[in-house]
Design a protein around this ligand. Structure first.
Ligand code: ADP
Ligand code: ZN
Length: 214
């Protein structure tokens, strides 16, 4: 089963993708994570996209489609793929359709996670990530444990993303409404879309997604 998690920044796509990986043996393909890894490792491409990402704008279709193509070619996935943060434009959606078709694969479901803007801003400005394992924490709903150690891996290096500030968040939201939200209509027309309420707790949202996939 191959699925897309679609939704604005802060909707919880990464959190739910990680849960699906644990529970269903699926492979998570997050273009945001790939781009951040490219930055950290200092590749030419990583350097080129850094400023764009920090402003909250979209990286070119060519770069992200290339990243996804590479992953699909090198990673087998018996349990299927979860596309997280990709596609974000209609051109990316078309490219994904072609890549899957060439592999003899289908897109099974597109899950739209709905969260209102106010909640997104609150979530994102409270967010931090474990630098060792990627576990996501939130000052309000899921604080870093009192002993200062990651509940998952015991690491103690927590990071806030450079683009998790109000200004680039505004740009990211605008990019979402302008460039990504048209995909909702696109996948609805193809009959692949299911919308879930992303406002509840982590487990509640996971239940809604499980129902949508059943
Ligand atoms: P968010 O939490 O905003 O959904 P991501 O981690 O998915 O963030 O992405 C962070 C940034 O990486 C985006 O703001 C954008 O600059 C870039 N990016 C990630 N995926 C894509 C994509 N599919 N197309 C273009 N840019 C992307
Ligand atoms: Zn950790």
């Amino acid at each position: 089963m191959n699925i897309i998690l679609l939704g604005p920044p802060g909707a919880g796509k990464g959190t739910q993708a990680r849960k699906l990986v644990e529970e269903r043996d699926m492979v998570q393909l997050s273009t945001g994570d790939m781009l951040r890894a490219a930055r950290t490792s200092g590749t030419e491409m990583g350097k080129r996209v850094a400023a764009v990402m920090d402003r909250g704008e979209l990286v070119t279709d060519e770069i992200v489609i290339g990243l996804i193509r590479e992953q699909l070619e090198s990673n087998g996935s018996a349990g299927g793929y979860i596309f997280d943060g990709f596609p974000r434009t209609l051109a990316q959606a078309d490219a994904l359709g072609e890549l899957l078709r060439d592999m003899g694969e289908n897109l099974d479901h597109v899950i739209e996670m709905q969260v209102d803007d106010q909640a997104l801003v609150a979530r994102i400005t409270a967010r931090s990530t474990c630098g060792s394992c990627g576990e996501v924490f939130n000052d309000i709903t899921k604080p870093i444990p009192a002993d200062g150690k990651c509940s998952k891996c015991g690491g103690s290096d927590f990071q806030r993303r450079a683009d998790d500030n109000e200004e680039s968040l505004r740009t990211r939201l605008l990019a979402y409404y302008k460039q990504t939200s048209p995909l909702i209509g696109y996948y609805h027309a193809k009959g692949d879309l299911v919308s879930v309420d992303g406002l509840g707790g982590m487990d509640e949202v996971a239940d809604s997604i499980a129902k949508a996939l059943a």
